[in-house]
Ligand binder design. Structure first.
Ligand code: URA
Length: 197
């Protein structure tokens, strides 16, 4: 296992798959390095590739707004990373071979952060990290325990933008997450008076 500095350096120089040929920036991850809650998306889009920061496009803005409802933010108490650290051309799904080439970076990030909760944003992260046959439409908002970590899938914010009828489910999932945080986390969420609707 590498420390943060070396890991980020290795990741930024990575050429393990062909996504490195077309990237502008490696999107390593951002947030609080000892966060109790970690969010894992799919892969960088156009804005993320240009800025080198995860979830900064339209979907990212929605994610930040949703997180704020339950008092979470990348500046304060969570860490955000992706399954693949380089943008798949035209925002296609990352291929299995690309995810496999990148997974050790994510594993190392998880090992350093040691989160109590991992939220998978969308099908790609959920089927790779929770279970390969997970059906996001049926199993979003459910808890799975893996290696002592509580894991849940939520709809990807881009899917919510594409299909706003998913919004109510997404907000129920946020409340489910908030309850779990209250139950098992210490530093991330200590008050009960921040509930907003
Ligand atoms: N979608 C993702 O899955 N990750 C990002 O960083 C941005 C959009």
């Amino acid at each position: 296992m590498l420390g943060w500095k070396e890991l980020e350096e290795n990741c930024k120089n990575c050429q393990r798959c062909s996504l490195s040929d077309t990237r502008h920036n490696v999107v390593f991850g951002c947030g609080v390095p000892n966060a109790e809650v970690m969010f894992i998306g799919e892969g960088p889009g156009e804005q993320e590739d240009l800025q080198g920061i995860p979830f900064v496009g339209r979907a990212g803005r929605l994610l930040d707004e949703m997180l704020e409802v339950i008092d979470l933010s990348r500046d304060k108490n969570i860490y955000i990373a992706n399954m693949v650290k380089c943008r798949p051309p035209k925002n296609r799904d990352p291929l299995s071979v690309e995810q496999d080439a990148c997974i050790d970076f994510l594993r190392n990030q998880v090992a350093l952060i040691r989160p109590k909760i991992i939220v998978c944003l969308g099908r790609i992260a959920a089927t790779k990290l929770i279970k390969s046959d997970l059906k996001i439409t049926k199993e979003h908002g459910l808890w799975f325990e893996k290696a002592g970590i509580q894991m849940m899938a939520m709809y990807h914010p881009a899917a919510i933008l594409r299909d706003p009828t998913k919004r109510p489910d997404a907000f129920v999932d946020l409340k489910i997450l908030q309850e779990k945080i209250k139950e098992i986390c210490q530093t991330t969420y200590s008050t009960t008076d921040t509930e907003k609707n």
